[in-house]
Design a protein around this ligand. Structure first.
Ligand code: BGC
Length: 735
């Protein structure tokens, strides 16, 4: 986000006209509150529903009488700088109040969680990241930006770029996986897609990178939990994607709920002021996560709301999401000298800068014709992109006996409640989809002209249906079993201690296997699952994640071989839940796992994941040979030959890894440095070249200093993080 001189002047002149209350108003974000029809706060109502005190039916009755309060009076009084929502007509209505009825006519910035698409939902981030396709990451974000603007949303709470290595955490679904290199490329591409097409205000939004920072490291994989780590780990693992996002021009950031080394990220001056705004140079503003300023009292870092607000503002938290603490307490804090006026000015300058950059002063409203066009239905180009993204995100994990691709005339018994449900394809944090756009797996196979009979049999929840299982086994030539997780099992507040297949689905698979028929298992889930038994016993395994509105069509194309799968895993899949966190780029131990008992392993489970980061098969096969590493003054010139050794055209993702053999800090056993995605015809071979800049071979130490240390390095290239060619090289000088 770069402002012109004229835009900067506009911000400064506006700022000079504002009263303290108007400034504080800009720092306040509202979301519609639900009012009426009940005597307790809405949050308690939800708790009552969750803990069973309030039956679903009663809840629905109450909600039918409830109304949404959009805080029109507060907007009119200049007490609101931002609102949440995705209704374009409501957006225009509220915007009109801000623009025409407030003293200075400053438009609202309207934000919403558009994480993986709005109406055109594409795959959840952990799935899309597995395509290793930077151009796709960018295109889907551009599509999301356009749809957002058509709904009055000019600020997307995305991309979520938390590196996450513990699959117990439900929010792994929202992010790009376990690797800082992939996460950084994903972040850059998403920022470009959301922000860079400024040919019209209808084409771009302000991105909000989140959750800053280290949220993915929550202890035990439990959401909102504490995080604690050395500065070197923060800098080498959790910060790179945020640094990349800011370098790419990210307009805003959202602080995370967790504390980091004892200081909640909401009030963390070190991470917000020193690193994000200082070192990285974020130009726009930082918003808290929902209710997070208030939660600083519960964290025990502030005695009361006012104290939490003072700490947050001073730490560089520019906007309060939803607590009213700024609105209610900042004026007094400034008057009493507890918050310097310059802190308020800085926050408001940043917020106004984003509003000016978004063009909101010139075009605050969504044109009626844009709304109407959006309401007519999805543009075919958006559907096609959602489909391509879904096809590119399917990972083939196992295909023994070449059961896949399926023959078109094969009689398929399709099994699993997930297979028949269009409600389950979009995954967690998808808020704008319409059922009529969503294609279930059953619909997809039927539309592809498959010979399919559907037997729900059972799913992630509930009992198995013995009669249906019997029929499925008796009738089909081949059984396609769709198992996994419902949407509600992943996402926010959905951590799990046991991440093997939920419910009785393993038993379902055992019964299907007992039929002796070929069984194709399709996984539909939002996190890496613990798959020791499945990897051992199931001949065919397809990871299909939650692929978005086009899930059924994309999966059918893969199963019938119209599309040759080429995605890889963006996260390692554990054998058992107790292995978590398991990730490929862990620091070297003094006793790496081996035959001896006294090595770093488990007595009762393997120590390795069942499927490592970067893993994924194809209907064809690829062979790697001839790794060469040549040192140039400023970079390493690395090349390898990749050959398609199978019988059909396919996509491969070649991955470059590095190991710093001896350094002043323990370094990862391997770390991804680059990747290249390409297609090859049968028999075709290609020399894949990587240029590894020497300046990128260093690391951050515990003083947050970036160091380049000469010595031995091992370079690896392969089709996943485990099966690689390697060559050692001595780097004598980095200058
Ligand atoms: C989530 C954020 C989200 C925000 C606003 C929070 O609960 O942690 O990711 O952007 O709500 O909806």
């Amino acid at each position: 986000m770069k402002l012109t001189d004229a835009q900067r002047e506009q911000v400064e002149s506006l700022l000079s006209l504002m009263t303290l209350d108007e400034k504080i108003g800009q720092m306040n974000q509202e979301s519609p509150s639900i009012v009426g029809g009940f005597d307790v706060p809405f949050s308690e109502l939800i708790e009552m529903l969750t803990d069973g005190r309030l039956p679903q039916k009663e809840f629905e009755k109450i909600m039918a009488t409830a109304k949404q309060d959009f805080h029109e009076d507060d907007i009119r009084a200049g007490l609101v700088g931002s609102v949440m929502g995705n209704d374009p007509r409501k957006a225009n209505e509220l915007q009109k109040i801000a623009v025409e009825e407030t003293r200075l006519g400053i438009p609202l910035i309207i934000g919403f969680d558009v994480i993986h698409g709005l109406r055109s939902v594409y795959p959840i981030a952990i799935a899309e990241a597995g395509s290793f396709d930077d151009a796709l990451f960018e295109e889907t974000a551009r599509m999301a930006a356009r749809e957002s603007r058509a709904c009055g949303v000019c600020w997307n709470f995305a991309p979520m770029i938390d590196v996450a290595r513990d699959a117990r955490w439900g929010r792994v679904s929202e992010g790009p996986g376990e690797d800082p290199c992939l996460a950084s490329r994903f972040a850059r591409a998403k920022i470009r897609g959301l922000q860079n097409d400024r040919s019209s205000t209808e084409n771009y939004v302000a991105a909000c990178t989140k959750h800053y920072v280290a949220y993915g490291a929550c202890e035990g994989g439990r959401d909102y939990n504490t995080t604690s780590m050395a500065v070197s780990q923060l800098y080498n693992v959790y910060l790179p994607a945020f640094r990349a996002a800011v370098e790419e021009g990210a307009a805003t950031a959202m602080a995370s709920f967790n504390d980091l080394n004892g200081v909640p990220c909401t009030v963390n001056e070190y991470t917000l002021r020193d690193i994000l705004k200082g070192e990285f140079g974020l130009e726009g503003f930082v918003v808290s996560d929902a209710n997070a300023i208030k939660e600083c009292v519960i964290h025990g870092i502030a005695e009361n709301d006012a104290g939490a607000g003072i700490q947050a503002a001073k730490a560089g938290m520019d906007m309060d999401m939803g607590t009213h603490i700024y609105r209610d307490h900042l004026r007094k804090a400034v008057e009493e000298g507890k918050v310097p006026p310059a802190v308020i000015d800085e926050a408001v300058r940043r917020i106004l800068s984003v509003k000016v950059w978004l063009g909101l002063f010139e075009r605050p409203y969504v044109p009626e014709e844009v709304i109407e066009a959006y309401e007519k239905g999805l543009p075919p180009a958006h559907v096609a992109l959602a489909r391509r993204a879904a096809e590119e995100s399917v990972v083939l994990l196992k295909n023994e006996g070449g059961v896949l691709p399926l023959k078109k005339d094969a009689k398929i018994s399709l099994v699993g409640t997930l297979a028949g449900s269009a409600d389950e394809v979009c995954g967690a944090w998808a808020m704008g989809w319409k059922k009529e756009d969503c294609v279930s797996i059953l619909d997809g196979l039927n539309k592809a002209g498959g010979n399919v009979a559907y037997y729900p049999c059972g799913g992630p929840e509930g009992e198995l249906n013995a009669a249906e299982i019997e029929s499925a086994c008796a009738e089909g030539d081949v059984i396609v079993a769709v198992v996994g997780e419902t949407v509600s099992m992943t996402g926010e507040a959905s951590s799990k201690a046991n991440i093997s297949l939920p419910g009785r689905q393993r038993e379902l698979l055992q019964r299907l296997l007992a039929s002796g028929k070929p069984v194709v298992t399709v996984l539909m889930n939002g996190r890496p699952l613990a798959l020791q038994w499945e990897a051992e016993h199931l001949p065919v395994l397809v990871e299909a994640w939650h692929l978005g509105i086009q899930m059924g069509n994309a999966l059918a194309a893969v199963l019938y071989g119209v599309v040759n799968p080429g995605a890889k895993l963006a996260s390692s899949f554990p054998a058992v839940s107790g292995q978590c966190p398991v990730y490929y780029n862990h620091p070297s131990t003094g006793r790496p796992a081996g035959k001896s008992k006294f090595t770093s392993k488990y007595l009762d489970a393997p120590w390795e994941p069942v499927f490592p980061f970067g893993y994924g098969l194809s209907y064809t096969s690829f062979a790697y040979s001839g790794l060469r590493v040549e040192e140039q003054p400023a970079y390493l010139d690395i090349s390898v030959t990749v050959k398609n050794t199978g019988a059909r055209r396919g996509t491969e993702v070649a991955q470059l890894y590095m190991r710093d053999v001896a350094a002043s800090l323990v370094r990862p056993v391997k770390e991804c440095k680059d990747y290249a995605r390409f297609e090859l015809d049968p028999g075709e071979e290609k020399t894949v070249r990587f240029t590894l800049q020497k300046r990128d071979m260093g690391f951050y130490n515990n003083d947050a200093a970036y160091v380049l240390e000469p010595g031995a390095f091992v370079i690896y290239v392969g089709g996943n993080s485990r099966d690689v060619l390697e060559q050692e090289i001595e780097i004598r000088s980095f200058s």
